[in-house]
Design a protein around this ligand. Structure first.
Ligand SMILES: [Zn+2]
Length: 331
C-alpha cells in the first residue's frame, strides 16, 4: 500500500493528534519530541505525518501535493534526515555515533526545500552511549530550524539526560474495537477480525503480524492443548513442550497470552457471563467448564503468568513449557 500523508491514517490516538495539530497551528511545537509506547500502535506513522507537516509548512497537516510533500513521499526530501539502527549480528540493532555525526553534518548546512530540517530517529533506544551523548550535545544547543522526532518502544532504555531534553508523547494501547474496525476495513472477515483484535494486545502491528502468520492457529492450538490436558500422558506432554519450545520467542509468548485469555474467559463464564475476549469460542468454553472449577482456573492462570515471566527472562522455552504443561494438567 502506498504511503499517504493524512492524520486520518493514524489509528486512534485522537488526543495526541489533536495536541500535535494545536502545537503546529500555534507554532509551539517543541524542538525535540519523543514518541513512546508499545510497538505497533502507530507512533512512527504519527511521527512521519508530523515530519511531513513541518516540512510542508502548512498549518497543521501536510497538503500531500506540494514539492515538499511529494519529495517526502518519494523518500528524497533533502531536509528530512532519517536515522535508524543497523543490524549487528545476533539480532542486536545499534544506532552508532557515526549516524549521529552524519545528522550533525547535515543540519549544519542550510535547508534546501522547506526552510527547516526534520530529523527522524526510529528505535532511538538503540543508540549506544556514545551516540546518545553526541545527540545530547545537539539537542542542548538551541536550533531554530531543526525539529527532532524520536521514536521508541523502549522508553526506559533511553538515557535520563536524553529524556530530560525531549517532550514525551506517550502512545497507549489501542482498544480491541479500534483494531477490529481497522481489520474489517482491510477486508478481514468478522469473526476472524474479532479474534485477532482480542489477541493483539492493543497493537495493530501485532494484529497484522498474527494475520500474516496465521496467528489464529496459535489460539486454536492453545485451546486444544488446554482441553486435552487431562488425556495427555507424560510422553505426549514432553512432545508438546518440545514443539512449543521451538516456536520463535514472540509466538511462544502469543501462545501463553492466548491461554491466559481463554482461562480468563472461563472465569467470566463461571461468574455468570459477560463479554468474552474470545467470543467465537463461547460454546466450546462453556462446554469445558465441567472440568474447570473456579479454583483450578485461578491456579492455572497463575501458572501461565509465571511461565510468561520466565520466558521473558530468557529461561529455556522447552523447560518452561514442560513445567507448565505438567502443572496445568495436575492443577
Ligand atoms: Zn505539502
Amino acid at each position: 500500500m502506498a504511503e499517504s500523508l493524512s492524520w486520518q491514517d493514524v489509528l486512534g490516538h485522537e488526543g495526541n493528534i489533536e495536541r500535535l495539530r494545536r502545537m503546529l497551528q500555534g507554532g509551539r511545537l517543541p524542538h525535540a519530541l519523543l514518541f513512546s509506547g508499545l510497538s505497533g500502535v502507530g507512533k512512527r506513522k504519527a511521527a512521519r505525518i508530523l515530519a511531513a507537516a513541518l516540512l510542508c509548512g502548512r498549518e497543521d497537516a501536510p497538503c500531500g501535493v506540494c514539492p515538499s510533500c511529494r519529495a517526502f513521499l518519494a523518500g528524497t526530501h533533502p531536509d528530512c534526515i532519517e536515522a535508524a539502527p543497523e543490524s549487528r549480528g545476533k539480532g542486536t540493532r545499534v544506532l552508532r555515533i557515526e549516524a549521529v555525526r552524519e545528522i550533525e553534518k547535515k543540519i549544519a548546512r542550510r535547508p534546501l526545500l522547506s526552510g527547516r530540517f526534520v530529523v527522524l530517529v526510529d528505535d532511538a533506544d538503540a543508540m549506544n552511549e556514545a551516540a546518545a551523548n553526541s545527540l545530547l550535545k545537539t539537542l542542548e544547543e538551541p536550533q531554530g530550524a531543526v525539529f527532532f522526532l524520536l521514536v521508541t518502544a523502549k522508553r526506559a532504555a533511553l538515557l535520563p539526560t536524553i529524556l530530560s531534553r525531549v517532550r514525551d508523547m506517550h502512545f497507549g494501547a489501542l482498544s480491541p474495537e479500534t483494531i477490529q474496525r481497522a481489520l474489517l476495513a482491510r477486508g478481514v472477515e468478522s469473526a476472524k477480525a474479532h479474534a485477532l483484535a482480542a489477541a493483539a494486545d492493543g497493537s495493530i502491528g501485532h494484529a497484522l503480524l498474527l494475520l500474516e502468520e496465521d496467528g489464529l492457529h496459535i489460539i486454536d492450538d492453545a485451546a486444544h492443548t488446554l482441553f486435552s490436558l487431562s488425556a495427555l500422558d507424560l510422553f505426549a506432554l514432553w512432545a508438546k513442550a518440545e514443539e512449543l519450545g521451538k516456536l520463535p520467542r514472540e509466538r511462544a509468548e502469543d501462545w501463553l497470552l492466548a491461554l491466559s485469555r481463554l482461562l480468563r474467559d472461563m472465569l467470566v463464564l463461571l461468574a455468570g457471563g459477560g463479554a468474552l475476549c474470545h467470543e467465537e469460542r463461547r460454546g466450546e468454553l462453556a462446554h469445558a467448564l465441567a472440568d474447570f472449577p473456579e479454583g483450578r482456573v485461578f491456579s492455572q492462570l497463575g501458572l501461565v503468568r509465571e511461565a510468561l515471566r520466565r520466558l521473558q527472562s530468557n529461561a529455556s522455552a522447552r523447560l518452561v513449557f514442560e513445567g507448565l504443561l505438567l502443572r496445568l494438567r495436575d492443577a
